[in-house]
Design a protein around this ligand. Structure first.
Ligand code: GDP
Length: 328
């Protein structure tokens, strides 16, 4: 086919991806990340390292007595970041006080209720009048912090993951992995994975690579999948190493570089969250977790309707019998 023939048969819908792209860039993106795990496991430090901001400027660190007295408090911090003209509104939901009390049964209940409340808000907004300006506060991803010091998962980890697994995409991370040797990291990861399997816990499943992806992308994707649970390191410090300014942890015996793939899986986690899987996490939230919430809600409300109708019928019947008896 000649060039002019091609032009004649060109309708123009090939520009659709560009139009969608322009529209989404103009609208900006929004993402809600939740961090769950005991206090002191490095959650806020990791979030700051991931997004190169200080999201926790106003945070007050509580002492032991204050922590015992408080219940799990959910806090939400928002930052708007911009990179090459693309705006991202990032919400970080923190679960302060999680695992701090002597009896922790309520710890994950608070977290699970919070996620449900966001679904409920979205459901109401969706059937409301102003659907155009819906605020989407649903939690798209939950980074679950596992202590590097225990042997695999703790009972609270299992209970919490079980309570959240059908509501949110859980990504397990081994916190403060700079305290572990190369061998220990390997053993810890494999133990955690086998426990996840044993207790049938559902964590976020990375989608399969598309068949048309190139070799390099496939290699990165495989490496990413192999890194779960991500062994991470965070730092609020930027240090000078051989003339390079990098985020690192400075020890008397050496420097641990946060972004060095030989030191931790931090880069894999960040790439996955920001560069490769953010949209998939959002789609999973909408298509799977939110849909299951909505289905449960519909089922519950229909059951109440049926029971209500049944009760109304019986009431009318009893009323008629009574009226008849009085009249007789
Ligand atoms: P959070 O309570 O879970 O938010 O924990 P923080 O981020 O406040 O960190 C608690 C302490 O652990 C601080 O002293 C941090 O400097 C330290 N910390 C944070 N991340 C790491 C890490 O990756 N490795 C080590 N060794 N310490 C860390």
């Amino acid at each position: 086919m000649g060039n002019s023939d091609q032009d004649r048969e060109y309708v123009g819908f090939a520009t659709l991806p560009n139009q969608v792209h322009r529209k989404s860039v103009k609208k900006g993106f929004e993402f809600t990340l939740m961090v769950v795990g005991e206090s002191g496991l490095g959650k806020s430090t990791l979030v700051n390292s991931l997004f190169l901001t200080d999201l926790y400027k106003d945070r007050k660190v509580l002492n032991a007595e204050e922590r015992l007295a408080q219940t799990v408090g959910i806090t939400k911090n928002t930052v708007c970041i911009e990179e090459k003209g693309v705006k991202l509104k990032l919400n970080v939901v923190d679960t302060q006080g999680y695992g701090d009390t002597i009896n922790n049964t309520d710890s994950y209940k608070c977290v699970s209720d919070y996620i449900d409340r966001q679904f409920e808000q979205y459901r109401r907004d969706e059937i409301g009048l102003d659907r155009k300006n819906i605020q989407d506060n649903r939690v798209h991803c939950c980074l679950y912090f596992i202590s590097p010091f225990g042997h695999g998962l703790q009972p609270l980890d299992v209970e919490c993951m079980r309570a959240l697994q059908d509501k949110v995409n859980i990504i397990p991370v081994v916190a403060k992995s700079d305290g572990l040797t190369y061998d220990e990291v390997k053993k810890k990861k494999s133990r955690i994975l086998s426990e996840i399997d044993k207790y049938r816990l559902k964590i976020y499943q990375f989608p399969d690579c598309d068949s048309d992806e190139d070799e390099e992308f496939r290699r990165q994707d495989m490496e990413l999948k192999r890194s779960v649970p991500f062994a991470v390191i965070g730092s609020n410090m930027v240090v000078d190493v051989n003339g390079r300014r990098i985020r690192a942890r400075l020890y008397p015996w050496g420097v641990v570089e946060v972004e060095n793939p030989y030191h931790s899986d931090f880069v894999h986690l960040r790439n996955m969250l920001v560069r490769t899987h953010m949209q998939d996490l959002k789609d999973m939230t909408h298509d799977t977790h939110y849909e299951s919430y909505r289905a449960q809600w519909l089922c519950k409300s229909q059951c109440t309707d049926v029971v209500g109708r049944h009760m109304r019928k019986r009431f009318v019947l009893v009323l008629m019998i009574l009226v008849k008896k009085i009249v007789d």
